[in-house]
Design a protein around this ligand. Structure first.
Ligand SMILES: [Zn+2]
Length: 362
């Protein structure tokens, strides 16, 4: 018998996550603990509830720039190996509890060196937290594979160094590279040498593009930088027209993205909060899914967006009437688009995702 789609049943479904920021997913209680332990005294609140409310309301600001402000505090408490390890470990625990079976978690090492850690020490601490988090989840009967993407900040000038870091750690758990941060004024073409380095070393990368900023950033990410995937990419909808009779027409760039199967790392709640779209119901997710783009569902920042993978899935179900087969398709889309080797992706699809969806579909 088919299980009804509820938050509880969606939680039981296997999920794959490609776009989630380590510094956007802390538990509020952990932020408080770490602030105390590390002597960080700039937090805007001193109890868990007020702090949780601060992060959530700051995120509902309607602009990407304001959405990014509360990250100063999460990054502020993540400046020691112990803090980085704990945040990474808890990240895996929280995802496993939501039945995420595969995740690529990204973070910007250059933001965690304020107290003198080297970039390598920062990545080592996070990867150790991921590995031990996987083991802890496994001991509770939950299988999860977590890999890391290292991000360079687009307004800074360290992207080549971060790309080198990605390649240096490629066999230790880092599977790709990314650039993130405010888009306006900082086009991805400022970082061409980093992307060239990644291509020269046969590395994978994604680029935050087409979130706050329109088609030019998507075009640059694909045409000039050679991105394997797009972080968000939601503004590709500006290159799509829907006629009064419902006929969908793709412009050249939209057609290229779809036809080359460039994965879109869509983050519905985050897009509403940054003002990229007005509501989930108006999110182009469904238009893109119906037009057969490689759409994937992601959380972006679980703390600031007050969300989980299950909640993102359920919001889409409520807005667009999706069923289990749609959720399975989005999950397989994500798994196909992962940066781990193809045989490992297939193993997770065939041995974990498909059988577990089959139980729910009945
Ligand atoms: Zn993001």
């Amino acid at each position: 018998m088919t299980s009804p789609l509820t938050l509880d049943s969606v939680r039981r479904a296997p999920k794959a996550l490609l776009h989630d920021h380590l510094d956007g997913g802390l538990r509020p209680a952990t932020v408080l603990d770490l602030a105390q332990q590390t002597g960080y005294d700039d937090l805007p609140a001193t109890d868990v509830d007020s702090l949780a409310t601060f992060f959530r309301t700051a995120a509902h600001s309607g602009s990407l720039e304001r959405y990014l402000e509360p990250f100063a505090h999460t990054v502020g408490v993540m400046q020691t190996p112990e803090a980085l390890y704990r945040v990474a470990h808890e990240c895996v625990e929280d995802l496993a509890a939501d039945n995420v079976v595969y995740a690529e978690i990204r973070f910007a090492p250059e933001l965690h060196i304020d107290r003198g850690l080297s970039l390598d020490a920062v990545v080592d601490a996070v990867l150790a937290g991921f590995v031990d988090g996987e083991k802890a989840a496994s001991s509770e009967g939950r299988t999860i594979t977590v890999r890391c993407l290292v991000t360079a900040m687009r307004h800074q000038a360290r992207s080549l160094e971060i790309a080198e870091l990605a390649i240096r750690f490629r066999d230790k758990g880092v599977v790709g590279f990314d650039i993130a941060g405010a888009e306006a004024g900082y086009p991805p073409t400022r970082h061409l040498d980093a992307f060239e380095y990644m291509r020269n070393h046969n590395g994978h990368f994604t680029i935050h593009a087409g979130e706050a900023f329109g088609l030019p950033s998507i075009h640059e990410a694909i045409a000039f930088c050679g991105a394997d995937r797009l972080g968000h990419g939601v503004r590709i909808v500006d290159d799509i027209t829907v006629a009064p009779d419902g006929t969908v027409h793709l412009g050249r760039l939209a057609a290229l993205l779809r036809d080359k199967r460039i994965p879109l790392e869509l983050c519905p709640s985050s897009n509403v909060q940054t003002g990229a779209v007005d509501s989930i119901a108006e999110h182009p997710f469904d238009l893109l899914a119906r037009s057969r783009f490689r759409v994937t569902v992601n959380t972006d920042n679980r703390l600031m967006s007050d969300t989980t993978m299950s909640q993102e899935m359920l919001r889409l179900v409520e807005a667009f009437g999706y069923g289990w087969s749609d959720l399975a398709r989005f999950t397989i889309n994500a798994m196909k688009s992962a940066f781990i080797p193809f045989d490992e992706r297939l193993a997770i699809i065939d041995e974990v995702i498909k059988p577990r969806f089959a139980v729910l579909i009945g």
